[in-house]
Each structure stands twice: as structure tokens, then as C-alpha cells.
Design a protein around this ligand. Structure first.
Ligand SMILES: CN1c2c(nc(N)[nH]c2=O)NC[C@@H]1CNc1ccc(C(=O)N[C@@H](CCC(=O)N[C@@H](CCC(=O)N[C@@H](CCC(=O)O)C(=O)O)C(=O)O)C(=O)O)cc1
Ligand code: HCS
Ligand code: ZN
Length: 763
């Protein structure tokens, strides 16, 4: 029985890659230095996995920014707007083009927007969306995976290169213009894929992992044909290559036969998300195929329940024999932190239930040993599992009782929206096209340093609070002088919009170094929900009250919603996720009420992860959405009609869930639309979305300063689609990753654009 790891974290256990890339971008280190750090990180990962005894060690799971972007560069999927830049940086070893595609490029007389970024399936990891154009000619542009395979070989390690499979690569991209079909695209890409796989084979690769997570989604007949065409062509061209077709994040279900009949050596399935699929897969597995069992959770941080995993493994062994079984994690370990051993401050009782990437690899090896007869490991694990089941730290009867007493009335505002809107207009007295921002302002090095100093005890809480108050004061005045209508306090006191709340809620623990890549060099440290959640005391009220005291303009209270807190945390797996979400909703509800009582007239409850949590299978979506909407409504429906509830969402395609967005019944929703040129608003208009909407007028992910005319044009587009009094003017998302100068320039232009449109509309 071989052991298999589909992918390992790449940011470095101390986020060395983040620091190296950011320093390279800032011109503080050379390319050689960045490459040196990268080589060191890859070597550490490979050596670590080899020392633990893993058989199929991944390579090409490393990336400077994103593995989908790497695939674009490898195959030459480069949008034509980068052509001139590509000629300027013709040397394939030069990363300028790569980073420009990731981050946009606005210097040396170029002004090129980045590739779109979106969520990788239902994770908090973002990938860059490939753009396919009919004029593109694909060639092996930068065979990074071959270089990394050879690099590992030079350390004496034969790795299993990991690539995005051809069909998933196509499906996660966008075809620009409609003169190219998926079939034509596959025909163009396949020869390059085959050339790449051949190069890997020639370099000595025997196993190659092709990731095809789209196989756990609903597929139409044309897409199924793509799978047949792609894998038939690959196996005919390279019959001796062992392809490990890798699926994760769900069950194959109706794609079981399709996946198992493809001409590959082995198929990997996710038995953490979908243990029930094992029987069907074993029954349909052809006699010449191997099965890779993903039994150790790559998406969460809980220790593996060995008894449950062993039952699955033994079932597979009994039916197909040990020699055809591979054993591993459910998916790449990219989604969990490096090493639990680094956590010296974690509550020991909770810590004993947890496992990070390094521990998960050890669990895979332990399971192999148990299968080989070492039952002592099983007994130790059972003791830990039992301690979690009976721990008094987890269950809080008063939380459960409160949740049981929730009624439908608790999830409904007092009056319907038109009535609330009138009341709110008379209280708030806002102009047409009111301007606002999404909440965060630049998290400068100085602000982050303050928090670091507080943590290290270099400054006192009093000094920290005073400095944060100064930052808020300055930001309120900046917003006033920019002429914004609805202000925010800037979120300076927050390390992260989820971790900050986790730190203040019972039932959570948080880590010191549990970093996970979110996009590019940006990382998050998801808090861990281990028990029943409740709010011991107000979390944001003092900051909001202070900010409001500085101005006569409304300052939005700023909270994170229950589904987003759930999605961006590591969630307990001993009760349904939605039960946990409802407990969080009650905690947020108390905060909403306290903010209102403190005189805050507008309260924003962000739900950017609501779309991300949508089940990958359509059949499961309605149930999720109805519960997610209920959780949001429970969180906000405590307020008076005159209090305006905002919500915010980004990174999402909302067309298919617009009905549910409307059901949230927020008075105002601010959404990301600028990268798609407001395409999304057609869905809002078509559906006659009744409440107010702030379609983002500029992309905050890039330092590029948008021109007034650009934003005016977008606002005119919105005005043609929505009732004028329902339109707000705001950026796509929060400004925490931006610097102050570009932020001020962009907002000044935005306010001018709003004023111009107001004027044009009143004439
Ligand atoms: C809106 N987004 C978010 C997502 N998920 C979240 N959990 N939170 C989000 O906001 N998903 C979707 C998007 C993703 N977007 C982003 C945007 C920006 C970041 C980001 O900037 N991450 C920071 C880390 C944030 C943080 O926790 N900062 C801490 C400081 C941590 C730190 O580095 N400390 C240093 C010491 C400081 C020093 O000495 O200078 C250290 O420990 O070494 C804080 O502010 O206190 C990042 O840097 O990657 C993430 C997702
Ligand atoms: N209020 C948050 C939302 C991010 S999705 C912010 O502004 O950063
Ligand atoms: Zn956002």
C-alpha cells in the first residue's frame, strides 16, 4: 500500500515565501534571493515528506502566487493585453510578466489590469482565472513542473508532479469572446499538455497527479465528452505513464463511472467529505485500476479518527487487495497550517485534538502501520477521540437552549423594506448616489507593528488603544475631507475580519502561527471553533461609539456575519455546521443590538463567504441557502426599522443565488462588480432586486487608481438598470491591502464621479 500526499503548504512554516515575494516586489531583494528562498522551501518540504516515509511526494505544488496562474504560464495562456509587456520581458526566466498577470501592471507607461481572481471551489483560497482567447497559440512556455521535478531529483527524491488536469483547467477559466468552444479549446491545449507530460516522463517521472476536482460537480454531457477526449488522447500518447486522477471536495456520485472508466492508472477520492462514496467506487472500479483513499482531512485541523479510517481502508483492501490501494490526505494540505508543534500557547486540552499538515502526514503513515498490525496507535487515538466526546469545555447547555427557543419572528424585521426605506431616508438624509467604503482602510506597517508590539508586551493596552483611536480619528477626518457620505472607523483594531471576532467569542481558540494562504502572499490565520459559541461581552461597540463621536455623519457599525465566520474558521466536526452558524448568529445578534443601543444608525454585517459556502452539487444548494439566509436574518433582525442594515459580498457570482440574496432582506448590499464591468447588475435588474445596492465601482485588489470617467461610466450603467434612489457608490471591497496615497486618490475620484452623476441625473 503506497502513501500519497496530493499537495503540501508552500508559504513556508514562518511565511518565508510571503516575505520574500513582498520584498522582491518592493525591490528590497534580488530575483536570485527570491529563487534561493523558494528552493530552500521546496527542499524542506520534500525532505520532510521523505523522512516521514511518504511514497508519492508532490512537486510543482509550490508556487510564487497561484498554481492556476502557473499552469497559464506553463501552457502560454497569456491574455493579449499582456502582449507588449511580454515582449518587454521576453526572457522566460523573468517573473515580471507572471507577477503582472497576478497583480496588474501600472508603470513604464503600461496600465494593464490583472487576471480576475476567484475562489477555488468552496475554499478560502483564491486562484487567478485563465483567460482563453481564440487568437492565443499555445506552446510550452515555462515548464516549471519539469524544472522542479529535476530539482527534487537532484536531492535524490523522485517526486510525483502535480498539475491541474486539462478539463478542470478549462472549466476554471473564461473564454473571452464567444468564438471558441470548450472542445476547440481542449484540442488546442491537449498537444501542449501531452508535450509537458512527455517532458516529465523523459525527466524520469513515473507517477503524475492530474487534479480534476470538477469531477465532483454536476457535469453536462459535453463536459463528460471533454473528459473522455482528454484522457484518451493522453493515454494513447503516453501509455507507460501512471496518471493519478485526483478528485476532492466531494463525491463522484453520477460521475463515478465516468471517472473510473478514464484510461488512467489510479483515481483519488475524498473520503472525508464523502465517505459514503466508497462502496459505489469499489463496486465500479475496473480490475486494472488503483484507488487512492483520501482519509485524512486536508481541509480541517482535527486529528484523524483512526478507527473510522481503518474501517474504510480495510473495506477497500478486502475488495481490491492491498497492492491496489493508496492511502493519503483527502486533498492538498495547502488549506491547513504547517505545524502544530509551533503552537506553544494553545489550550492543551483543545490542542490534543488537533493536527496540522506535518501531523497529518504522520497520521497517513500511522494508518499504514495500523493496517500492518500496530494496534497500539489505534488505542492511543481512541483515548484522544473519547476525551473530545466527553469534554465539558465543548457543550454549553445555555447556548443550546437559547438556539432551541429561536422563533420565526426572530428572523424577521418589524416592517417590509419599502416602509423601512422611507423611514431610513428621513433619518439619514443621504443624497442620491450616497458614497461609502466597505469598512477597512489601509492596514499600514505601523498599525500592524502596534499589534505586534502589544503582543510582545513592548507597549501597554492603553498605548495601543490610544494609538488605534488616533488612527480612527485621522481616518474619520480624511473621509470627511474626501466628502464621503457614510463613514467607517477603518477596522484598524482588527488583525483580520474573522480572527478578530473569534478571539472574542467563547468556543473558539486561535493560533499563533496557523497561517494558510488566501491569495498570492496574503495569508489568514483561521480561528478554531471547538465548542458552543457565545459572546461574553460586546466586541466592537466601544470603537464604533468612539468613531461616531467624532463626526455628525453616520459611521457604519462593522461586523462579520455568521456564515463568513463559519467559512473562514476551522469548524468543529462533531455537530452540523449550520448549528454552529446559528450559535454565531446569536452572538452577532447581541452585538447588533448593542451597537444600535449605542446610537449607531447603520450597521454592516459582512457576508463575503456566503457564496463560497455554496455546496458544489446543485441538489444540496437550496437547503444550504435557506439556512444561511436564516442565520443572517437571525443576526440582524433585532433592530428597529429606522436602523439601516448593510451587508457586503465579494468574490462571487451571484446570478444563480439572487433570490436568496434578496431573501436576506438587507437594506443595502454592497457587492463586487467592477472587474466584470457591472455584468452582475443585469441579474439584479432582471430580478428586480427590491432593496438598495452598492455595485463596486473599482477593484481594490490592485494599486491602480481608477479614473473618474471610468467610474462615471459604470454608474451610468447602474443607473440604466436600477432605480436611482437604490444606488450606492463604493469600491468593490475593503481597502486594508492598499496604501494611503492610492486610496485617497481613488476615493477622491470616486466621490467626484458620484457628484458628476448626481448632477447629470438632476438635469
Ligand atoms: C476579505 N478576505 C478575507 C478572507 N479571509 C479572511 N479570514 N479574512 C479576510 O479578510 N478571505 C477572502 C479575502 C482575502 N483577502 C485577504 C486580504 C488581506 C489579507 C492580509 O492582509 N493578510 C495579512 C495578515 C493579516 C493579519 O492577521 N495581520 C496581523 C499581523 C500578522 C503578522 O504578520 N504579524 C507579524 C508581526 C508584525 C510585524 O512585526 O510587522 C508576525 O507575526 O510576524 C495583524 O494585523 O495583527 C498578511 O500579511 O497576509 C488576507 C486576506
Ligand atoms: N469590512 C471588510 C469586508 C471585507 S470582505 C473590509 O472592509 O475589509
Ligand atoms: Zn469584500
Amino acid at each position: 500500500m503506497l502513501t500519497n500526499i496530493p499537495g503540501y503548504p508552500r508559504i513556508g512554516s514562518q511565511r518565508e515565501l510571503k516575505k520574500a515575494c513582498e520584498n522582491y516586489w518592493a525591490g528590497k531583494i534580488s530575483l536570485e534571493r527570491l529563487e534561493l528562498t523558494s528552493r530552500q522551501l521546496r527542499k524542506e518540504n520534500w525532505n520532510g515528506l521523505q523522512e516521514t516515509g511518504i511514497d508519492l511526494i508532490p512537486s510543482n505544488d509550490f508556487s510564487w502566487y497561484d498554481q492556476v496562474l502557473d499552469m497559464c504560464m506553463t501552457l502560454g495562456v497569456i491574455p493579449s493585453r499582456f502582449k507588449a509587456l511580454q515582449q518587454t520581458f521576453a526572457n522566460p526566466g523573468c517573473p515580471e510578466l507572471y507577477f503582472a498577470m497576478a497583480r496588474g501592471y501600472q508603470k513604464n507607461n503600461f496600465d494593464i489590469t490583472a487576471l480576475e481572481m476567484t475562489k477555488w471551489f468552496d475554499t478560502n483560497y483564491h486562484y487567478l482565472v485563465p483567460e482563453f482567447e481564440s487568437v492565443q497559440q499555445y506552446t510550452l512556455h515555462q515548464p516549471k513542473c519539469v524544472e522542479e521535478f529535476k530539482e527534487a531529483l537532484s536531492h535524490g527524491i523522485t517526486t510525483k508532479p502535480v498539475l491541474i488536469g486539462p478539463v478542470t483547467f478549462i472549466l476554471c477559466g473564461k473564454i473571452k469572446g464567444d468564438d471558441l468552444t470548450h472542445t476547440q479549446l481542449l484540442e488546442k491545449l491537449l498537444p501542449v499538455y501531452i508535450e509537458l507530460l512527455r517532458s516529465l516522463q523523459q525527466a524520469g517521472a513515473t507517477w503524475i497527479q492530474l487534479d480534476e476536482p470538477f469531477l465532483v460537480t454536476d457535469l453536462d454531457p459535453a463536459t463528460r465528452d471533454l473528459y473522455h477526449a482528454a484522457y484518451t488522447a493522453i493515454s494513447q500518447a503516453l501509455p507507460a505513464l501512471s496518471i493519478l486522477l485526483t478528485t476532492y471536495f466531494g463525491a463522484l456520485e453520477d460521475n463515478t463511472t465516468l471517472a473510473l472508466q478514464l484510461p488512467v492508472q489510479a483515481v483519488h477520492i475524498d473520503l472525508v467529505r464523502a465517505p459514503e462514496q466508497l462502496d459505489a467506487v469499489l463496486a465500479a472500479l475496473p480490475a486494472d485500476k488503483w484507488l487512492s483513499l483520501g482519509v485524512v482531512d486536508g481541509r480541517n485541523i482535527w486529528k484523524n479518527d483512526y478507527a473510522a479510517s481503518v474501517a474504510l481502508i480495510e473495506k477497500a483492501i478486502q475488495q481490491i487487495g492491498e497492492e491496489r490501494v493508496l492511502l493519503g490526505t483527502s486533498c492538498s494540505l495547502l488549506h491547513v497550517p504547517y505545524n502544530l508543534e509551533d503552537e506553544t500557547a494553545l489550550d492543551p486540552e483543545v490542542k490534543q485534538w488537533m493536527a496540522f499538515a506535518k501531523q497529518k502526514v504522520a497520521e497517513v503513515i500511522a494508518l499504514k502501520h495500523i493496517i500492518a498490525g500496530d494496534t497500539s496507535l489505534l488505542i492511543d487515538n481512541e483515548t484522544v477521540m473519547n476525551s473530545r466526546k466527553i469534554s465539558s469545555r465543548i457543550h454549553q447547555p445555555e447556548v443550546k437552549a437559547r438556539l432551541e427557543s429561536v422563533t420565526t419572528a426572530d428572523t424577521q424585521r418589524h416592517s417590509i423594506f419599502p416602509h423601512r426605506q422611507k423611514l431610513q431616508q428621513s433619518v439619514l438624509q443621504l443624497p442620491l448616489f450616497p458614497t461609502t467604503t466597505i469598512g477597512s482602510f489601509p492596514q499600514t506597517t505601523e498599525i500592524r507593528q502596534l499589534r505586534a508590539d502589544l503582543k510582545k508586551g513592548i507597549i501597554t493596552p492603553e498605548t495601543y488603544n490610544a494609538d488605534i483611536r488616533n488612527a480612527i480619528t485621522e481616518t474619520i477626518y480624511r473621509q470627511e475631507s474626501l466628502g464621503l457620505d457614510v463613514l467607517v472607523h477603518g477596522e484598524f483594531e482588527r488583525n483580520d475580519m474573522v480572527e478578530y471576532f473569534g478571539e472574542q467569542l467563547d468556543g473558539f481558540v486561535f493560533t499563533q502561527n496557523g497561517w494558510v494562504q488566501s491569495y498570492g502572499t496574503r495569508c489568514v490565520k483561521p480561528p478554531v471553533i471547538f465548542g458552543d459559541v457565545q459572546r461574553p461581552e460586546p466586541m466592537t461597540v466601544a470603537w464604533s461609539r468612539f468613531a461616531q463621536s467624532l463626526t455628525s455623519k453616520p459611521v457604519k457599525g462593522m461586523l462579520t456575519g455568521p456564515i463568513t465566520i463559519l467559512q473562514w474558521s476551522f469548524v468543529r466536526n462533531d455537530q452540523p455546521r449550520m448549528q454552529t452558524a446559528m450559535q454565531i448568529a446569536l452572538a452577532i445578534r447581541d452585538e447588533v443590538k448593542d451597537l444600535e443601543d449605542a446610537g449607531i444608525t447603520i450597521i454592516q454585517v459582512d457576508e463575503p463567504a456566503l457564496r463560497e459556502g455554496l455546496p458544489l452539487r446543485k441538489a444540496q444548494r437550496a437547503a444550504y441557502l435557506s439556512e444561511a439566509v436564516k442565520a443572517f436574518r437571525l443576526a440582524v433582525s433585532t433592530v428597529d426599522d429606522s436602523t439601516q442594515i448593510h451587508t457586503h459580498m465579494c468574490y462571487a457570482e451571484f446570478n444563480d443565488i439572487i433570490v436568496h440574496i434578496a431573501a436576506m432582506d438587507a437594506d443595502v448590499i454592497t457587492i463586487e462588480t467592477s472587474r466584470s464591468q457591472m455584468e452582475l447588475l443585469e441579474a439584479f435588474a432582471g430580478f428586480k432586486y427590491p432593496n438598495e445596492t452598492g455595485p463596486g465601482v473599482y477593484d481594490i485588489h490592485s494599486p491602480r487608481v481608477p479614473a473618474i470617467a471610468e467610474m462615471e461610466a459604470l454608474l451610468h450603467k447602474a443607473a440604466a438598470l436600477l432605480p436611482l434612489r437604490n444606488i450606492w457608490v463604493n469600491p468593490d471591497c475593503g481597502l486594508k491591502t492598499r496604501k494611503w496615497p492610492e486610496t485617497e486618490m481613488a476615493l477622491r475620484n470616486m466621490v467626484t464621479a458620484a457628484k458628476n452623476v448626481r448632477l447629470a441625473m438632476s438635469n
